[in-house]
Design a binder for this molecule. Structure first.
Ligand code: PLP
Length: 395
């Protein structure tokens, strides 16, 4: 029996059988069970901020091994240190508060419960958005294909167009919260219209509505700011975090700003694992390393270099470059993203396709000259093979 047979017979069929089995990683590369090396330009979907086997992560993991988990009956230094760091880098500061969870979808659940505490019934989110797979998060996700098999979901949720006009028309005094991704990652790395966050802040303030930003994919330095919303200069009421803040350990967090920090009262939310010492120690080490090594600036700089190199390829298949920093959407002129991803994998490059005409890049924030050169060389080979017509028999 091969591992593929084992997978098909043991794993619930929600993801399909993967093409390769990975055994270890080092820096920006991973290795499969046949010993083949892959350049990892997906980083576990924007999770492995420091790549694989980073000494800062290894040190945090090993030094915290004597106190992995304690329950939320007790405090721990790693948890308080991580909360302090998150309040600082988000700008939430002294008035802000943190709730720790174990995943993105759980951070969103906490945000939905926060919204409910306003006493208002309605929640607005965007068409085509992605906020997770648990029932609350799925309810506000704007992808009918994901929602439909699980209806009925939460009532009073409306998915609106990503325009200031649609928000203006939908918002009112009965809206608890507007939840938006600053860049819609799973929708193909799509930016909001210019001025959207500023207008959303103004409208939500006018109506006493919470502005909740889902920074699960865009946070932790990936877009060239600590958090994508910081580019706009606005202050949200809450943000959700996960993925890149953990560097590979499962973590989620809801960070509130100002008055929203007191909406959830004692006993109204909880978790067994959330905020445990192991995960907090690793996350704190990851964020400390991003800070000390200047990786937020590196994300901006390397993102610009990758964009310039992609433009330089002058490929007829590339129609558009989207996103910011090291969250990059390559818009394709034809719906061949799945074939490109498969061909890249065969050439030792890991990327993915959030939709049929988009390639997503989310490399570790540590990428430098060598990784970018290798990526461009492999990706240009893949694009050339995709655009060169197969030899025809008629000629
Ligand atoms: C991945 C993601 C989620 C869900 O996070 P999980 O950890 O998979 O539950 C929610 N929102 C956004 C924007 C994401 O990218």
């Amino acid at each position: 029996m091969s591992w593929k047979d084992d997978y098909a017979h043991r794993m619930m069929n929600t993801f399909g059988v993967p093409k390769i089995e990975l055994v270890r990683g080092e820096g920006s590369a991973v290795f499969d069970s046949d010993g083949k090396r892959y350049l990892d330009f997906l980083a576990g979907i924007a999770v492995n901020s420091l790549g694989h086997n980073h000494p800062a992560v290894v040190a945090a993991l090993t030094s915290q091994a004597n106190l992995l988990h304690i329950s939320n009956f007790f405090a721990s230094e790693p948890q308080l240190a991580l909360a302090e760091r998150l309040l600082r880098i988000t700008g939430a500061g002294d008035e802000g508060r943190v709730f720790f969870a174990n995943s993105g979808t759980e951070a969103i659940e906490a945000a939905i419960k926060l919204a409910r505490r306003t006493g208002r019934p309605r929640i607005l989110s965007l068409k085509d958005s992605f906020h997770g797979r648990s029932f609350g998060a799925l309810s506000i996700t704007g992808k009918p294909a994901l929602r439909d098999p699980f209806e009925p979901l939460l009532p009073n949720v409306e998915h609106i167009d990503s325009t200031i006009e649609a928000l203006t028309a939908a918002i009112g005094p009965d809206v608890a919260a507007l939840v938006v991704e600053p860049i819609k990652g799973e929708a193909g790395v799509r930016e909001l219209p210019a001025g959207y966050l500023e207008a959303a802040r103004e409208l939500t303030t006018q109506h006493g509505t919470l502005l909740i930003l889902d920074e699960i994919q865009t946070g932790a330095g990936r877009t060239g700011n600590w958090f994508a919303f910081q580019e706009s200069g606005i202050v949200p009421d809450a943000i959700t975090l996960a993925k890149g803040i953990g560097g590979g350990v499962p973590i989620g967090a809801l960070v509130t700003f100002g008055a929203a920090s007191t909406l959830l009262q004692p006993g109204q939310h909880g978790t067994t694992f959330g905020g445990n010492p192991l995960v907090c120690a690793v996350s704190n080490a990851v964020l400390a390393q991003i800070e000390s090594a200047g990786l937020v600036a590196n994300a901006a700089k390397r993102g610009a270099e990758i964009r310039a190199a992609l433009s330089g390829l002058d490929s007829p298949l590339i129609s558009e470059l989207r996103g910011r920093g090291l969250l990059i959407g390559i818009g394709l002129a034809q719906p061949v993203a799945a074939q490109i991803v498969q061909s890249a994998l065969e050439h030792g490059l890991i990327i993915n396709a959030p939709d049929a005409s988009t390639i997503r890049l989310a490399p570790p924030l540590i990428v430098g000259d060598n990784e970018i050169a290798e990526f461009i060389e492999t990706f240009s080979t893949v694009l050339n093979e995709a655009t060169t017509p197969a030899p025809s028999e008629a000629s």
